[in-house]
Design a protein around this ligand. Structure first.
Ligand code: ZN
Length: 350
């Protein structure tokens, strides 16, 4: 009896100590604690070969509230394309640079370097045109056929608006296919998987089931980011995705997004998140969460990342940044989830 009493007192003291512990925090690998990230990309928008992106793919995605990214051949966009693109920006889809004229394609397997490519024309003037027509700043580049000379890649790095690019080589051998790891990813070499009916140069084969779904599952299995490249859907475009396969993919994405397992977003949003996590180290001093040290990469990429904060017992669970309240979501046991951009100022926890 006496022993039990003593143990009880010791336990109470221990609990009191545990409760008065300082606040602590945990950065989520992906937005809202998702296990993996995924990007839907349709190339060649404004090109005459992919009417299925506008007529089939986007309605299927919009019906389900899923966001895609569209690679523009900007020099081919007509007035009605610009009008549609304005709508797609408002719907939350990302636009990325897929060159002005799509020049420079090589036959698969060719070792010949890109010919007839001009960086200023194909990259910078395409960028400028979209800015002028839509007031939209593209931040991601996908070279035609994912082929690029070292000079083109170096040129892209000099453009301050660009945060990343799809993995490109000067040889088409499929070795830039893959899943991006959750850390240490080069934002200018984002691996992807291109849809081919027979799985050529792809990580997947149709014998393994729907290849689009296989790529989603691969990210969920290793906690990384899988980027899906497609052309049209149910049209005459190069390696077009059949409509039933696309619907199954969209339904699967919706299920995984709704369960909280998957974060579906355009490339620049995911690159920003990942780069913020890696380049903006945080420190908790007293009840203030702040940047441990600022640096150029943090400034360039910083965006809101998901941080779970375990608050000290005496605190109320109120968060302010620059004297303005920051919205939080209450999780269990004194834990709160916030979307915090550390480059915008310190966070006070009260
Ligand atoms: Zn293309």
């Amino acid at each position: 009896m006496k022993l039990n009493l003593h143990l009880g007192i010791i336990f109470s003291l221990y609990s009191a100590l545990a409760c008065s512990a300082n606040s602590s925090f945990e950065i989520q690998t992906w937005r809202d604690g998702a296990k993996a990230a995924h990007t839907i990309a349709h190339d060649d928008y404004c090109g005459s070969s992919v009417p299925g992106v506008e007529n089939t793919a986007l309605p299927i995605l919009n019906e389900r509230g899923l966001k895609a990214s569209l690679g523009l051949i900007a020099g081919s966009c007509k007035d009605n394309d610009w009008t549609k693109l304005k709508k797609h920006i408002a719907e939350g889809h990302e636009l990325f640079n897929h060159s002005l004229s799509h020049v420079g394609m090589l036959e698969a397997g060719s070792l010949k370097p890109i010919a007839g490519w001009n960086n200023e024309k194909e990259i910078a003037s395409a960028h400028q045109l979209v800015k002028e027509k839509l007031g939209y700043t593209m931040q991601f580049m996908a070279y035609p056929s994912d082929l690029a000379t070292p000079e083109a890649k170096a040129y892209l790095l000099t453009l301050p608006d660009y945060l990343g690019a799809r993995a490109a080589k000067h040889i088409y051998d499929g070795s830039n296919a893959g899943i991006n790891s959750s850390n240490n990813t080069d934002p200018f070499f984002i691996k992807n998987d291109v849809y081919w009916h027979d799985g050529k140069w792809s990580l997947y084969k149709p014998t393994g089931g729907n290849m689009l779904i296989q790529h989603v599952d691969a990210a969920l299995e290793n906690g990384g980011w899988s980027y899906r490249t497609m052309h049209g859907v149910a049209d005459g475009s190069w390696e077009a995705v059949p409509k039933d396969e696309y619907i199954a993919y969209a339904d699967y994405l919706l299920k995984k997004v709704a369960s909280g397992e998957l974060w579906l977003a355009g490339p620049s949003e995911i690159i920003r998140y990942q780069a913020t996590r890696e380049n903006c180290p945080l420190v908790l001093t007293g009840n203030a969460l702040k940047l441990k040290q600022n640096n150029e990469l943090c400034q360039r990429y910083a965006s809101a990342i998901t941080v779970d904060v375990q608050i000290a017992d005496e605190l109320q669970g109120q968060f302010t940044q620059n004297k303005k309240p920051l919205t939080s979501k209450k999780l269990a046991n004194g834990k709160y989830r916030i979307q915090f951009n550390p480059a915008l100022g310190d966070l006070s926890i009260n």
